[in-house]
Design a protein around this ligand. Structure first.
Ligand code: SAM
Length: 282
């Protein structure tokens, strides 16, 4: 008999439990307690979850629930959550976020089964907080399509969205995605957040071209969140500003040129006017 047998059981239902995305210290107290007190755990890969359970010193029946789950698999899990407390975890992070579980939650709710969530680590949110990109509005878009045209179409479809875009990415595909972003979403600030919460955590910011060149030379290992700043956020360089002003002054007065360029770049109009006068004097 292990200690778990003395732990009070939870009410029947489904418990969505977030797990760490690398650093086991990020397992929440409430999440661990739920795994300790539930009757069974539905998981993507029993070996992966088995390791987490062993780390926590918990033994429970592990029921497989992955992307290939059939209606019969779901019916079995719905029966388990009617009879007892079923925890749902994914390999890492928050279940349902680019992970299985959405249909299970819907079907449980439709049957009047109690569903509760125990939040915790999520790579998208961890990446956003580390990116240094605006976070007042963001859109999580999961993984980009693998095929080139579909990837470009997906990015073009997101071009007008005034928010930071968050994608999940893999090392081998990162450079291709950066190149596609460079052509579909030019002039954006990009961040690559890699190996979050792990020993080699890093976050690099730059233009799509700069990051593509860097990762071409240093093929990235590990797990990646790719973030694209909102339109109009990246600051035009001094040379860009000068050439915009020169171009505008070919057809309008310096004051109007300064106003136009200020609107386009977000730079200060008075400073631009001073620069315009200097350029005119050259
Ligand atoms: N449900 C998970 C979550 O809440 O983050 C995400 C699952 S999704 C199948 C796996 C993807 O999440 C990886 O390919 C990577 O893009 C991202 N990811 C997971 N862990 C990460 C980490 N430690 N650092 C950076 N990205 C990570």
């Amino acid at each position: 008999m292990d200690n778990n047998d003395l732990t009070p059981r939870l009410e029947p239902g489904l418990y969505i439990v977030a797990t760490p995305i690398g650093n086991l210290g990020d397992m929440t107290i409430r999440g661990a307690e739920t795994l300790r007190r539930c009757d069974a755990v539905a998981c993507e890969d029993t070996r992966v979850t088995g390791k987490l359970m062993a780390h926590l010193g918990i033994k429970k029946p592990l029921l497989r629930y992955d992307d290939h789950a059939s209606d019969r698999d779901r019916a079995r899990l719905l029966a388990a959550m009617r009879a007892g407390a079923l925890a749902l975890v994914s390999d890492a992070g928050t279940p349902l976020i680019s992970d299985p579980g959405y249909r299970l939650v819907r079907e449980a709710q439709a049957e009047g089964i109690a569903v509760t969530t125990l939040p915790g680590a999520c790579a998208a949110i961890a990446g956003l907080t580390l990116s240094g990109l605006p976070n007042d509005r963001f859109l999580f878009a999961g993984f980009l399509p693998v095929k080139e045209k579909a990837r470009l179409d997906a990015l073009t479809g997101l071009a007008a969205i005034d928010a930071t875009l968050i994608f999940y990415e893999t090392g081998p595909r990162l450079v291709k995605s950066l190149d596609a972003i460079g052509s579909a979403l030019p002039e954006r600030d990009i961040a690559v957040a890699r190996e979050l919460t792990k020993l080699h955590e890093e976050c690099r910011r730059g233009s799509a071209g700069e990051l593509s060149a860097y990762y071409n030379a240093h093929p990235p290992k590990g797990e990646i969140v790719l973030l694209v700043g909102p339109p109009g956020e990246s600051e035009a360089s001094a040379e860009d500003v000068e050439s915009l002003l020169r171009e505008a002054m070919e057809s309008v007065k310096p004051s109007q040129a300064a106003a136009l360029v200020a609107k386009a770049t977000g730079r200060d109009r008075k400073e631009l006017y001073a620069l315009a006068m200097k350029l005119r004097g050259q």
